[in-house]
Design a protein. Sequence first.
Length: 172
Amino acid sequence: MLRKFELALESMMFNSRWLLAPFYIGLVGAVFLLLVKFIQEFIHMVPHILDSSESEAILAILTLVDMSLVANLLLIIIFSGYENFVSKIDAAGHEDKPEWMGKVDFSGLKLKLIASIVAISAIELLKGFVNLDKVLNEDQLKWKVAIHITLVVSGVLFALMDRLADSKEGHH
């Protein structure tokens, strides 16, 4: 009797991983919404590109790059999160399957996530430097630099912790 209860409980807990699927579906929707904003920004940029200054053109392009990095980050989270926590994606025979897909564990996901966040932060910081005379005051720029440095240091510490954990596992 107790064994049947235990098996039922374990089955319920194991199947509860499917509760995460709607989160990943929502993130796919977020990628779509980001695509809409990307197209909107691109369409807005095109007619003004010849009349804009070099810094304005760079800012517009950096905004597109920023959105692209966020979309990449979302896809990494969707694929890796789904495969690590819900179910394997059966795309083995598909010629367009990304090489990393199915190989990124939770530790790798954290590192890819922090690397993407650092890249997005770097783009935002670069946009601040390019547009220095118009948008930012000195305090805002200091905060952007401080946040970026914090993210970089956090990323390095994550990588170091994972490396230390991997080296300890190798010795046992």
